[in-house]
Design a protein around this ligand. Structure first.
Ligand SMILES: [Zn+2]
Length: 185
């Protein structure tokens, strides 16, 4: 018999740590570090990181890739019993896809007041005119999620100043000189 205290770890933190692992994979590939996982009945059924530059596809955000994997795993586009963990608040494109797939709950790390669509700027996940609404939990491991993004852009700026290499994910952002961590996908 399993004693309750043995399984007392915070489940949201646990799954967000896996999303952070995906974000770090993105950083290693010079992609803006955002990671996502989708959980069904306590099991991770999808893991993805932002691959916009690698796939040369503006729709290849971590959430979009994770949703496709989850639909494949469930053999259904309806993901009503699935929860999506992502290191940064979803953008409008991803929020739209999340609602279409009927994800039950969205858990994110750092908010995006400029482009977030889970309450940061818009709230498409809980729009009263749509036929599905998601539960939202924000700020899970928020500091760590922000840190991964800040570290990536600081490193990218340094490499650019040193004239070292072309930074795939950050090149365009750095050209305008006033990029913030929220200018990523
Ligand atoms: Zn997105």
């Amino acid at each position: 018999m399993i004693e309750p205290e043995l399984i007392s770890f915070n489940t949201d933190d646990h799954f967000m740590r896996e999303a952070l692992r995906q974000a770090r994979k993105a950083a290693r590939q010079d992609e803006v570090p955002i990671g996502a996982v989708i959980v069904h009945q306590g099991n991770i059924i999808a893991r993805a990181w932002n691959q916009v530059e690698t796939l040369k596809d503006a729709t290849a955000h971590a959430e979009m890739l994770a949703l496709t994997q989850a639909e494949s795993a469930m053999e259904d586009w309806r993901l009503n019993e699935c929860d999506l963990y992502v290191t940064k608040e979803p953008c409008p494109m991803c929020a739209g896809a999340i609602v279409h797939c009927r994800i039950r709950r969205v858990i994110f790390g750092c908010p995006d007041v400029k482009g977030g669509a889970a309450g940061g700027f818009w709230n498409l996940l809980q729009a009263p005119n749509l036929n599905h609404s998601c539960e939202i939990t924000s700020g899970v491991l928020g500091d760590e999620c922000v840190h991964v993004l800040k570290e990536f852009f600081a490193e990218a700026r340094k490499r650019k100043q040193d004239g070292l290499v072309h930074i795939k994910g950050a090149a365009n952002l750095l050209q305008n000189g006033n990029a913030t961590i929220f200018d990523g996908p």
